[in-house]
Design a protein around this ligand. Structure first.
Ligand code: AMP
Length: 295
């Protein structure tokens, strides 16, 4: 068990940083940590835990989002991969990250925000129109605070990785984004902090999402001809939408860099097959995300 330094201000973070030499790997999270969040590839690893208000719309689950700092601290301090441990947890207050304040109501917001056009509006951006503006803004702030050489994001949130890679490229940020593979429960369900909202039985039934994505992948892998998107996903749509409590928000076949929708795919052509599925239980609905990269 390691004693990890907990840092709450940018000033303290900068002064810790001035004592280090060697690359810093950065893992931004909103806490409620699970295995999917972690990677230790650098001499120093900073994990940030910050539930970012600006990516929640009014009425979303900002207040009830799971906050489990003590448990997160204990997970991180028990973590050792190839003899490396987490060096710092950066857990700033809202006023540290938003010195001019932050209102969830977009019309009342003032100050600097980042939008990454062309890849933020579709898929997740359709149901959550300002989500990626909030994510890009906070991630740029965190990059400025931590100044890492490498930043790690999960493939589970594939659109987020596309948006942030584009932000890094277009704003000439001096760091590399590394995409970590999806970590799953034994059933195949992608790990997510929001899975804790589901009962054991619905959680186990939710494995149908990944099972059926794999079936789509099989259709693509086994075909020697160009296929239409329909030929790949129509069974997925029927099976999920006919399952009680499940409703597809989207199933997308898209270019991996531009997220432009593809109507057909040739053997060997890369694409991302991604989905969001609404799951309803006791009058509460959550969205589960998953994806497979076809190549
Ligand atoms: P969050 O705390 O949910 O904002 O997630 C923080 C980071 O962990 C993001 O880069 C996520 O994409 C990543 N992540 C979350 N769940 C998983 C998972 N099941 N597998 C891999 N990475 C994940």
């Amino acid at each position: 068990m390691t004693d990890i330094k907990i840092i709450r201000t940018v000033k303290e973070l900068r002064s810790w940083k001035s004592t280090t030499s060697g690359s810093i790997g950065f893992v931004p999270t909103m806490g409620a940590l699970h295995k999917g969040h972690l990677s230790l590839d650098n001499p120093y690893t900073v994990v940030s835990i910050f539930v970012n208000p600006s990516q929640f719309a009014p009425g979303e689950d900002l207040d009830s989002y799971p906050r489990t700092f003590d448990q997160d601290y204990s997970i991180l301090s028990n973590l050792k991969i190839q003899n490396k441990t987490v060096s710092v947890i950066f857990a700033p207050t809202i006023s540290e990250m938003y010195p001019s304040g932050i209102d969830l109501d977009l019309t009342k917001q003032k100050g600097a925000f980042v939008t990454v056009l062309g890849v933020s509006e579709q898929l997740e951006g359709k149901t959550r129109p300002n989500f990626f503006r909030g994510v890009s803004t906070v991630v740029l702030k965190l990059f400025n605070a931590v100044q890492p050489q490498f930043a790690y994001f999960g493939q589970k949130d594939i659109q987020q990785t596309v948006v942030l890679k584009r932000m890094v490229k277009d704003l000439l940020l001096p760091l590399e984004i590394i995409v970590m593979p999806i970590v799953r429960e034994d059933s195949g369900l992608a790990l997510s902090s929001r899975n804790s909202y589901l009962s054991e039985s619905l959680r186990s039934r939710s494995s149908i999402i990944y099972e059926n994505l794999q079936e789509c992948e099989k259709i693509y892998q086994e075909s020697h001809n160009e296929l239409t998107k329909d030929e790949i996903v129509s069974r997925f749509i029927d099976l999920i939408n006919n399952e009680p409590d499940f409703q597809i928000d989207y199933i997308s076949l898209a270019n991996l860099e531009t997220l432009e929708e593809l109507s057909t795919i040739k053997p060997g052509q890369s694409a991302v097959l991604s989905t969001a599925v609404y799951v309803t239980e006791n009058n509460r609905t959550i969205r589960l995300l998953d994806n497979i990269i076809l190549n």
